[in-house]
Design a protein around this ligand. Sequence first.
Ligand SMILES: C[S@@+](CC[C@H](N)C(=O)[O-])C[C@H]1O[C@@H](n2cnc3c(N)ncnc32)[C@H](O)[C@@H]1O
Length: 496
Amino acid sequence: MTDRPDSEAFIQWFLNHNGTMDREAMGIADFPAAEGGRGAVALKDLPEGHVLFTIPRALTLSTRTSRLPELFGLEEWKRLKLHQGWAGLMLCMMWEAAQGKESRWAGYLDILPAAFDTPMFWNEEDLSELAGTSIVGKLGKEDAERDYDSKIKPAIAKRPELFAQGEVYYSLERYHTMGSRILSRSFTVEKRDGEEEEEDGANADNAKHAESENDSMDVDETPSKANDLEQEENEDEDEDNDEGEDDASDIAMVPMADMLNARFGTENAKLFHEKEVLKMTTTKPIRKGEQIWNTYGDLPNAELLRRYGHVDLLKLPDGREGNPGDVVELGADIVVDVVKETNGRSTSDALAERIDWWLEEGGDDVFEFDWDLDLPPAALSLVRLLLLPDNDWKKAQSKGKPPKPKADSDILLVLEKAIEKRQAQYPTAIQDDETRLQGELSLNARHATVVRLGEKRILQAVLNKIRSALEKDKAQGSAAKRKAKAQDDGKKRSKR
Ligand SMILES: C[S@@+](CC[C@H](N)C(=O)[O-])C[C@H]1O[C@@H](n2cnc3c(N)ncnc32)[C@H](O)[C@@H]1O
């Protein structure tokens, strides 16, 4: 991140807009880049439960608080599907920035980053460093650009007088910048009783959903970062927000709350949602001079890099550095390939029926391994399903239940081969990455190496575990055979 604009001007803007802040308790400081750069610092020893700052709900920036949707016309807003996913908020943020000092959020927009270390902005060479990791398929750049063409451009064309401040404010580049600001800084702020509701407008369906959820909740529920909706944006682009689905108008930029950095397992403050305000409160005692940390959900490094542009490196119990929250994904397609190759079920048709059924029953198509090194029950169940003799498969199908997960040797052998295949998707080996990290590297190359090394270490540890289980099975099998033979020999001798 490059710019470090004046924090004091931002604090003054915040206080002038009815934010409150205990300035004796908290300041905004520059920490080393590896600790998040600009962040919040405790200015004195703080007890648990201390309120650091409060943000009026009206000062959060969302499609509910920006004037744009109303000016644009809520019916037209909805027709262009600006009420779904992030496009509406991105347009509101571009529009608010175009209003300059006239915007209620001018003093906030001024301090938001304009450059990001996330892979979304990497060149091809840097992206190739991520080969094999789960980030590659999740950048969402094409989806965002499709949205820009199908929602933003037509909106601007429809109401040129509303967007007359100049193309520069509404370029694709600015659109990506706003998307990255949302990805790395937004919160989910659900609607509360008493907030204005449009009966027929763009947010009517959403408001209903949010209200029905909030009715059952009391104040002080735990907030969450807004990223969960991102997936919905990509998957459910063409569907309206039905009851039970996430509500895009809950996604909000929350000034001041987004000044807090995060690191695995270090959270010491949390944003609580109350009727009128959001309240950042300490959840642990904090010593003077220490950083005030929020949580981003203790994400794996691949997700931290994709959303926030950094990775977490902590001392692990084995003395190495890594992120205890790392995970690695194994696609079900690899498992299916191994079964086809090793079990004589070479025709796709022979397995296609079982795979279709598995997916129809809601079976996973990606399995996650983490540092617990447990074999995902769904992976065991799928392999078992694929290996079942035809009559057992028919039985499972008629019962409407996938087989129970079981880690016998046949299943472990398939998973062993699948993990070996998964390892081969990375162009480099663990040792190459470890050596590389000892030398000079660009920031992007370092981040990519940390991500893929974390994933590979988990794969290797899982593989070691599978291999020792197979060894044990083999040893037990041999012992059982020896015992059976000895009994057999004994019987023959006694017959003689
Ligand atoms: C919500 S903002 C936090 C405030 C931010 N540091 C700022 O200057 O505005 C999230 C961004 O802070 C940075 N960040 C947060 N935690 C970090 C960490 N543990 N290590 C490195 N960077 C971190 C990343 O750039 C991330 O995208």
